[in-house]
Design a protein around this ligand. Structure first.
Ligand code: CA
Ligand code: CA
Length: 256
């Protein structure tokens, strides 16, 4: 594509006219100075602004602050596992599935609830609680490594009414829901006290195994009768939920 020679002449004419005005006209000189100033100043300003952002938000003034903590309960997942005696199953839950719900909140702690009842015994010697073993794999989750993640629940008595066990792991270190005041601190200091540091997000894998207690009746007479209640396993429900928090920080009025 060829350029238009008339246009070049036209632009050349404008440049010559502008140069003449710059030499003679004071308003044009001021305008030109302003243009040059902003061309130089804006990149410098935006460069400084971006470097401040990299350093995090400004901490704000020091003073006395009050933090108000509001807890919410967020279910990551719940699953019913039909387990045969001695055959473990693993279920996984990924926090990506609830990423939108986690947005803007911290995870205070994660709660695992394991529940089951005795549901499938038949014949003689019923009401024998089954033993349930639980192993929680949090290698796919940033967390406090001191957590004990293996449990074994060996119930006694009649479980027909159901049993429930709860395991909780802190994600915010030394978390306390109690609203607190902070003296001689900045707003950033106060918020940092509730920061989960990104803990709690990832994939939780839970392996559950049932050791079915089929009972054992004492055989009578010379020939032993059927032993046990033909218990083949059990249905165990695993629920994973988060207790999340939102924190509002307010500066207290000075008493001075
Ligand atoms: Ca049983
Ligand atoms: Ca059972």
């Amino acid at each position: 594509m060829q350029g238009n020679p008339l246009c070049c002449i036209c632009i050349g004419g404008v440049v010559i006219s502008l140069m003449e005005k710059l030499q003679s006209d004071r308003d044009t000189q001021i305008s030109a100075f302003c243009i040059v100033f902003f061309v130089i100043a804006f990149p410098v300003y935006f460069g400084m602004a971006s470097s401040l952002t990299d350093l995090g938000e400004l901490p704000g003034p020091k003073g006395d602050y009050e933090a108000t903590v509001v807890e919410s309960n967020l279910t990551l997942g719940e699953s019913e596992l039909n387990l045969d005696d001695g055959e473990p199953q693993t279920i996984s839950f990924d926090t990506n599935t609830i990423a939108a719900d986690l947005e803007g909140s911290y995870i205070a702690y994660v709660r695992f609830t394991i529940s089951w009842a005795e549901t499938n015994e038949q014949g003689q010697g019923q009401d024998q609680c089954d033993e349930v073993s639980l192993e929680i794999d949090m290698t796919g989750v940033a967390h406090n490594v001191s957590n004990i993640t293996t449990e074994e629940y060996d119930e006694s008595g009649n479980c027909a009414g159901g049993v429930e066990h709860v395991l909780e792991f802190e994600m915010i270190q030394n978390y306390s829901q109690i609203n607190s005041t902070y003296e001689d601190a900045t707003e950033s200091d106060v918020i940092a006290a509730y920061d989960d540091m990104g803990y709690g997000r990832g994939v939780y894998s839970i392996t559950v195994e049932v050791d079915a207690d089929a009972g054992q009746i004492t055989p009578g007479g010379p020939s032993p009768g059927p032993l046990g209640n033909n218990d083949q396993g059990e249905t165990v429900t695993v629920k994973v939920e988060f207790i999340t928090i939102k924190v509002a920080v307010e500066m207290l009025e000075s008493n001075d």
